[in-house]
Design a protein around this ligand. Structure first.
Ligand SMILES: Cc1ncc(C[n+]2csc(CCOP(=O)(O)OP(=O)(O)O)c2C)c(N)n1
Ligand code: SF4
Ligand SMILES: [Mg+2]
Length: 295
């Protein structure tokens, strides 16, 4: 990867497209997601060597490989802790995190709450296809009740996790949703998430055309799609955002549910201040660093 830079406005989507050819199934929604990410990164205009892209494991988690940036296709459910470590060590980098609904809300579910409350400046994109795609179609935490899969032959008996309410409930400062059925809107919410100075969450309804159900496919999604902006939703109204988020699974609201109008200090900002304060009091550097390791 070249470290040559150019003015921010000269970056274009293809600057972020890697040479690796995606091996997703033809028609997989994740193709649209990676294209939207290229477009969002071009709008931001940071050079690829100033971007770190971390994922877990799953079809969706292949996405850093298809992006020109530093990438880490890491361990199932562990993308967020790794991304937090990178951001803490190198706060100057633009850090993106991505993965699937299984990666984020089953095996990695415990990490989401802590990443939200810790509030490092990361953008977390979940490709929510309501299924475990990579392992060939088992029930995921966002699969709807009644969904028949290879691991629920007679239909799921569980209600799904609601990813939007989950992160809103823990106090995320930026929460949005998009779909590759509406590419401009998807690229815009990813860009807004990157610009938000704190933890930003973007849920993407990204269909699995091989193991998903017809209602999750792009054409069917269009029938239940509703833009939050057209609805007149005020994204600074958190309680209203939570009401709208309850429609997850019934309506497909796109756009920004919530953006904190007064973003609080980030963890890395607070850590830098505390570090300087303790250094001023004469504490040795290694003792101070130990205190900031997220656990
Ligand atoms: C520790 C561990 N447990 C289980 C697996 C098997 N595994 C790989 S991907 C995956 C689920 C993928 O589903 P999701 O995160 O929704 O991604 P998708 O493939 O749908 O994009 C599972 C269970 C693994 N790789 N590592
Ligand atoms: S199995 Fe599903 S999620 Fe995985 S690449 Fe194929 S369509 Fe996409
Ligand atoms: Mg999935």
């Amino acid at each position: 990867m070249s470290t040559a830079t150019k003015p921010a406005e000269e970056y274009v989507a293809k600057d972020y497209k890697s040479d690796l050819k995606p091996i997703w199934c033809p028609g997989c929604g994740d193709f649209g997601v990676v294209t939207a990410i290229y477009r969002a990164l071009a709008a931001i205009g940071r050079p690829p060597h100033e971007i770190a892209f971390v994922s877990g494991i799953g079809c969706s988690s292949r996405i850093p490989g298809y992006t020109t940036a530093y990438g880490f296709n890491s361990v199932h459910g562990r993308a967020l802790p790794i991304a937090q470590g990178i951001k803490l060590a190198r706060p100057d980098l633009l850090v993106l995190v991505a993965g699937g609904d299984g990666d984020g809300f089953s095996i990695g579910g415990g990490h989401v709450a802590h990443a939200v409350r810790r509030n490092l400046d990361l953008t977390y994109i979940v490709m929510d296809n309501q299924i475990y795609g990579l392992t060939k179609g088992q029930l995921s935490p966002t699969s709807p009740r009644g969904r028949k899969t290879v691991s629920s032959a007679f239909g799921s008996l569980e209600d799904p996790v609601n990813p939007l309410l989950y992160v809103l409930g823990y106090g995320a400062g930026f929460v949005a949703q998009g779909t590759p059925a509406e590419m401009d809107g998807l690229a815009a919410v990813i860009e807004e998430g990157i610009r938000y100075p704190g933890f930003a969450f973007v849920n993407v309804q990204s269909p699995c055309v091989t193991y998903g159900e017809p209602e999750s496919q792009l054409k069917a999604q269009k029938a239940i799609l509703q833009s939050l902006e057209e609805l007149g939703h005020d994204p600074s109204n958190r309680l209203r955002a939570m009401e709208l988020a309850q429609e997850y699974g019934r309506k497909l609201y796109t756009g920004i549910f919530y953006r904190n109008p007064s973003p609080p200090q980030t963890y890395e900002g607070a850590a830098r201040e505390r570090h300087a304060e303790l250094r001023g009091k004469g504490l040795p550097k290694h003792r101070i660093l130990e205190m900031f390791i997220p656990h």
